[in-house]
Ligand binder design. Structure first.
Ligand SMILES: NC(=O)c1ccc[n+]([C@@H]2O[C@H](COP(=O)([O-])OP(=O)(O)OC[C@H]3O[C@@H](n4cnc5c(N)ncnc54)[C@H](OP(=O)(O)O)[C@@H]3O)[C@@H](O)[C@H]2O)c1
Length: 326
């Protein structure tokens, strides 16, 4: 497993990180804790040391499983967690007042709760689970910024980040420019390549870490979905890939495979991870994983043999910005 630096935090992190949404048992259909724990153990064994979670992933369930992993192994990793918006609205809307989404007392409450769930005294990286740049001009912003400063002073958090709205990677550019965050997490994959246009160069300039999420487009880029794949009703993908969306995704995949499969990647899932790691701005990519077999396969994608500028240009022909999102 290769490592990169998590921007200006200076923390070395594995190029492949662990996406902890699925193990939270909230929206991914049947999920077995024993299998999730095996996946987490496999991650440590494969050299994965960056774990992304959130309170919203099963009301702290994902956070608690990660704490259990560290307790069982006596090992540690870098964990990023997230404060849900108090109004529970994803994505963040530019018309929503900061008071409604992230009032200071809510921020403090959520930090304390994640500290308990993760069985730790200090959160290495606490993220806003949604963000819109209009909040920087909100009258409450100075108080929110002061709350984070206090929590840092008290030793309860070390670094602050923001998880950017899935439908627009440019909604946190002002936040990055202003120097408040050390990290951003953004949706980026072989289909949705927009974050590379403005966000990545800005983050490089400011030395703000980029954590890439949804490298598999929720499964669309694993190469395992077919037009007849069925999801359980309680799996959000029964809607995400509903109507003709699955067939449309499969059509795009068929064209894309011609551009990405070859000596560097024999399988689409490997290509999907290597694509993300082809950008220097990216510190780590966090596929969602619930199975140890997936962990083992994904970890192998970190081999320093990524796509060249010429190959990336050919891949850019296959950009597909979805008209549907989470
Ligand atoms: N707003 C936010 O802040 C936000 C939103 C979304 C995601 N995230 C974070 O980003 C992480 C990744 O995103 P995601 O989990 O939504 O989507 P993703 O990584 O694009 O896709 C996850 C899917 O890929 C499958 N998979 C993983 N490795 C595979 C392999 N080697 N072969 C075949 N299939 C494989 C998983 O299978 P199984 O179904 O079998 O597990 C799961 O269905 C999340 O876990 C979470 O930490 C944050």
């Amino acid at each position: 497993m290769k490592h990169r630096t998590l921007g200006r935090t200076g923390i070395p992190v594995s190029e492949i990180g662990f996406g902890g949404w699925g193990i939270g048992k909230s929206m991914w259909g049947k999920t077995d804790d024993a299998e999730s724990m095996r996946a987490l153990h496999a991650a440590l064994d494969a050299g994965i040391d960056y774990f992304d979670t959130a309170y919203a992933y099963g009301h702290g369930h994902s956070e608690k499983l990660i704490a259990r992993l560290f307790k069982e192994t006596g090992k540690k990793g870098t964990v990023s967690t997230k404060i849900p918006p108090k109004n529970m609205e994803w994505p963040a809307h530019s018309r929503t007042a900061l008071e409604v989404a992230f009032p200071p007392d809510w921020i403090t409450l959520c930090v304390e709760r994640s500290l308990r769930n993760l069985s730790t005294d200090c959160l290495t990286l606490e993220q806003f689970h949604v963000w819109t740049d209009t909040w920087i001009k909100d009258p409450l912003w100075p108080e929110v910024a002061e709350t984070f400063a206090r929590l840092k002073k008290e030793g309860k958090i070390r670094f602050v980040g923001a998880s950017i709205n899935s439908d627009d990677p440019d909604t946190a550019l002002e936040l990055v420019r202003g120097g408040f965050v050390d990290q951003v997490q953004v949706l980026f994959n072989l289909f949705d390549q927009r974050a590379a246009e403005r966000l990545f160069p800005l983050c490089r300039e400011k030395n703000v870490a980029v954590v890439v999420r949804c490298p598999f487009d929720e499964g669309g880029l694993t190469g395992e979905l077919t037009p007849t794949t069925k999801f359980e009703p309680e799996d959000f993908r029964s809607h995400y890939f509903g109507a003709d969306r699955l067939a449309e995704t499969c059509r795009h995949v068929a064209a894309l495979e011609k551009a990405v499969l070859g000596p560097k990647a024999g399988k689409l899932a490997v290509a999907a991870l290597k694509y993300c790691l082809s950008f220097e701005a990216v510190s780590t990519v966090i596929p969602g994983m619930r199975k140890s077999s997936h962990v083992a396969q994904n970890a192998l994608a970190s081999d320093d043999n990524y796509y060249s500028a010429k190959e990336l240009k050919a891949i850019a022909e296959h950009r597909w910005v979805r008209h549907f999102s989470l």
